[in-house]
Unconditional design. Sequence first.
Length: 248
Amino acid sequence: MTGRTKLIAGNWKMNGRRADGLALAAGIVERARGGAGAEAPACELLICPPATLLAAVCEVIAGSGVRLGGQDCHAAPNGAFTGDISAEMLADAGCTHVILGHSERRHGHGETDFEIRDKVAAAHRAGLDAILCVGETRPQREAGEAIAVVGAQLAGSIPDGLDRDRLIVAYEPVWAIGTGLSATLDDIAAMHAAIRADLAPDSRILYGGSVNPANAAAILALNDVNGALVGGASLDPDAFWAIACCSG
């Protein structure tokens, strides 16, 4: 199916103090509004800064068409959860999306499919579109288990009865995140086809894992690749925009 508008999402991770974060957001907005000789790409744009920058970035991108997302949320709407942020709080800060189940949360914070499933439900409860991340480790891929591992993550992380038309899945092979390595085009195509079989027709599947201006065009041209979740390259407005312009 080719009718899905591609989504290019920038995950800033734990990067950006106020001055440089606002400058980065302003650079993207300038391009989105046709400045710096930029042409508008045929895709949706989303940036996901650290929580400390959400309110300020929301003001910078207002009216530009660039959307705002969070990097995680708690499953509960409120309560005694020191240091956490609810999906409702993200929506109140101007977010439309939230990244959930990123491998840096699964492996760095020990998050389980069960916990991620509750967060996905919370995101939809608050009116946010969840970007559910899945992906295998290098040993799992070398053992021929990649598709089975990702299938199990999907089965465990998607709540029963969820409106899957609003679910976005990001396939990010763990071994390709921040390493400069990227899965082969054949591997990406095979995994996205396998994921597609578990999703609603209108669900979008993004690829992530060292996406950059040099490899974006080939990746985004693949069937069932409906956008990209961009890490390091999203911290450079020129690189992020170049990736967006590869979306067709």
